[in-house]
Write a protein that binds this ligand. Structure first.
Ligand code: ZN
Length: 145
């Protein structure tokens, strides 16, 4: 039995450095994410599932999750999102695109989307919903340790 435990420990060892991590986030009709703090470890392969648990349609209460690089100034970034309606409020200019780590599509009540990305260097990565007017409340921080 002791020998088996040793072998299992060896098999599990690489997972201590980079793991498959699943995160779940929801948004509702009250314009809120269910959490403002997410945490992963650098190198993790992260799958983030986003569920809109409200009932309102995407045109009235659309939500997305846009994960930004550390240091991104959210009000300035969000100002560029509002005119990008045809792109799900994802700005298409080079500077904004460079600031985005990953993003879901824009979803309405009852819809969901999931994204997969590799956690970068340790730091505080802001995440926001870029539907017009939502960023002030719908924002949080993904901490990469
Ligand atoms: Zn929203």
């Amino acid at each position: 039995m002791k020998k088996l435990s040793f072998i299992l420990a060896l098999l599990a060892a690489p997972c201590a450095f980079a793991a498959d991590v699943k995160l779940e986030l929801t948004g509702n009709d009250q314009m809120q994410f269910n959490t403002k703090a997410l945490e992963v470890t650098t190198g993790d392969k992260v799958t983030l599932s986003f569920n809109h648990i409200g009932k309102l349609p995407v045109v009235a209460m659309g939500h997305n999750v846009v994960i930004l690089k550390p240091g991104t100034v959210i009000p300035a970034f969000s100002a560029k999102c509002a005119p990008a309606k045809d792109f799900g409020y994802i700005p298409q200019d080079a500077e904004s695109k460079a600031a985005i780590v990953a993003h879901t599509k824009l979803v309405g009540g009852g819809e969901s989307d999931s994204i997969t990305f590799t956690a970068g260097e340790p730091g505080a990565y802001p995440f926001v919903c870029t539907f017009p007017g939502h960023f002030a409340i719908m924002q949080g921080v993904l901490t990469v340790k």
